[in-house]
Design a protein around this ligand. Structure first.
Ligand code: FEO
Ligand code: CA
Ligand code: CA
Length: 582
């Protein structure tokens, strides 16, 4: 085995368990589960009697992105900011209730979506949620009001019968990944928003727009049956109010969350801010669908490290670009600016608002490079190199050099290299960091460092995190489908002899996706979202494939956030992931 890696934990075998598994020497504890009370004095969770009003006060479904925001710089006391991406009715409700699906259950689903803020504290080596906290809030999908800001706010295409101002939106849906700004706000991203709407529209302006985003006559959710907001024949502009990046201040429980339209409208997986040498902020984001694009937004102004309030609306002004990967290993950022190139009235763009509302179509016209489903993006904490997960594209028919396999069932990770760490530069270099899949199957085309062990390869890279030592942690989504084993977490160096040599750390239970990886600033705790446990074919509330984490016959599986620490971490004072020797 290649021993150049600073990661010393022993590799976990690939798993098929109905339970969570972490490599030896570490403990995973469940911090909060779907339905757990956010506030003191609430009853024990019972999914059979849940109401929408109650769900608003309980932890939402399918937790995804996690941001740990320290309180007073602490790595043992902070705010946990968590996305609740989507709902799965067949795992949330018993058959007896589902038979009569209507507004009551639909409104619970809406209320289970959003983004929550929890205060957490580590005492005697164990994390707990502080229910008696002034910080607790749930920005939910049922009745939280979000303000639209930036160039598309208030535009006629954002106005609806319920909101003639075009600036106030109820709810947020499909909140996948996110990011943290240098001034301590949190970004979260609206991803698969097409699935919430149903119908067809005769609106000449919006028809092509909705088709390009993928809105179908019958959406995945049934909310259109009881709420006309989700019927595009009646409210053709409502979908334009979703598909944005949201910014809010977790330290101010009264702060209004803002949908920042300058960052474009697409199926945003993530939004990763990085400071440029001149003080402007670059934000990377991927559009997670087959053959969609990678984007970058650069603020017009510099951020102000001395005056937090001065950065409040920094994200409302700047330049959004789409990426074109050239065959010669350069990457060119193509600005999506109204009036430039093809982004003109002849092509249906009459303002920057039009360009932002139809970001995908604008990027089509500029010749951006189709990608194998861009998921998370993270910049290395010291080199500034930018790592991009392309999860998979198993039905692809046409390759390009940055997405070289056709089809690509296992995905890959790209490394983008900005010149002199200037994230605002027009031209970068790029390399393939690794090609995922089974390296012992020559036909897979997988490529890692020499010496990869049988336990350590993966498929379908999704969310990424760097630990304080600059090692890349990859959470996967799709290994059950692509390799027949559970999803998990894999860690690796990004330079030196052990570059792209993964080591297998954790398996999530059957049917689950590993997502939202996040470290405390000192690296001693690793948080992870275990999303959609039990989401296997034929698995439902009354007969699920797992009842993780409770294994209580009266409860379905429950999406949960876990905290992973070293078993002797408290005693030895060793950094969890640096000091373990196998
Ligand atoms: Fe919500 Fe692209 O994963
Ligand atoms: Ca994801
Ligand atoms: Ca995913």
């Amino acid at each position: 085995m290649n021993t150049g890696s600073s990661l010393k934990f022993s590799s976990l075998p690939h798993g098929k368990s109905d339970n969570l598994e972490v490599t030896e020497g570490y403990t995973a504890t469940t911090l909060i589960r779907w339905g757990d009370p956010l506030f003191p004095g609430m009853a024990v969770f019972d999914p059979n009697t849940l109401t929408a009003e109650e769900q608003k006060k309980r932890f939402g479904y399918n937790n995804d992105y996690i941001a740990y925001m320290p309180l007073e710089g602490s790595s043992s006391h902070g705010l946990l900011c968590v996305n609740q991406e989507y709902s799965i009715a067949r795992l949330m409700f018993p058959e007896a209730l589902l038979k009569n699906y209507g507004a009551a259950l639909g409104r619970i689903e809406m209320a289970a979506h959003g983004h929550s803020v929890l205060e957490i504290r580590k005492e005697a080596g164990r994390w707990r949620v502080v229910q008696e906290s002034r910080h607790t809030r749930f920005l939910n999908g049922l009745d939280t009001v979000f303000i639209l800001t930036g160039p598309a706010a208030g535009h006629a295409r954002m106005q609806t019968s319920a909101d003639p101002s075009g600036t106030k939106v109820i709810g947020t849906y499909s909140n996948c990944a996110g990011g943290k700004t240098p001034w301590g706000t949190v970004l979260f991203c609206e991803e698969n928003v097409d699935l919430y709407f149903s119908g067809t529209t005769s609106d000449e302006v919006e028809k092509g727009n909705h088709d390009r985003l993928g809105i179908k006559k019958k959406g995945r959710y049934r909310w259109a049956e009881f709420d006309k907001r989700f019927r595009i024949d009646e409210e053709p502009r409502e979908p334009n109010r979703f598909g944005w990046v949201v910014e809010y201040d977790p330290y101010d429980p009264q702060s209004t969350p803002k949908k920042r339209t300058a960052l474009g409208r697409l199926k945003h997986e993530s939004a990763t801010p990085v400071a440029c040498p001149d003080g402007r902020i670059a934000i990377y984001s991927g559009d997670d669908q087959k053959n969609e694009y990678l984007y970058r937004f650069v603020t017009a102004k510099r951020w102000n490290p001395q005056d937090r309030a001065a950065n409040a609306d920094l994200l409302d002004e700047g330049t959004l670009s789409a990426a074109r990967f050239e065959e010669d290993g350069t990457l060119r950022w193509l600005p999506l600016v109204f009036g430039h190139g093809p982004l003109t009235p002849e092509n249906g763009f009459h303002s920057q608002a039009d360009v932002l509302i139809e970001t995908r179509r604008a990027a089509d016209l500029l010749g951006a490079t189709p990608m194998d489903r861009p998921e998370d993006i993270e910049a290395h904490p010291t080199t500034g190199h930018v790592f991009v997960s392309l999860t998979h594209n198993e039905t692809k028919t046409k390759a390009n050099k940055a997405n070289p396999r056709t089809p690509n069932p296992h995905g890959h990770i790209l490394e983008l290299i900005p010149p002199s760490a200037d994230h605002a530069a027009e031209v970068f270099r790029w390399e393939i960091f690794l090609l995922a899949g089974d390296p012992f199957d020559a036909a897979s085309g997988a490529r890692y460092a020499e010496g990869i062990a049988r336990n350590d390869y993966f498929s379908s890279p999704d969310n990424l995190a760097f630990d304080p030592q600059g090692r890349l942690w990859v959470a996967t989504d799709g290994m059950d489908e692509m390799l027949g084993v559970n999803d998990g977490v894999y860690a690796m160096e990004t330079s030196g002899a052990a570059r792209a040599l993964p080591r297998h750390f954790l398996n999530v239970p059957l049917g689950a996706e590993a997502t939202g990886p996040e470290f405390t600033p000192d690296g001693t705790t690793f948080f992870l979202s275990v999303q959609h446990p039990g989401d296997n074919k034929g698995s439902f509330f009354d007969a699920p494939s797992t009842r993780w984490p409770d294994f209580d016959p009266s409860l379905p599986p429950r999406p949960s956030v876990i905290a992973v620490t070293r078993e002797d971490g408290g005693k030895s004072g060793n950094r969890m992931l640096a000091a373990h020797t196998a």
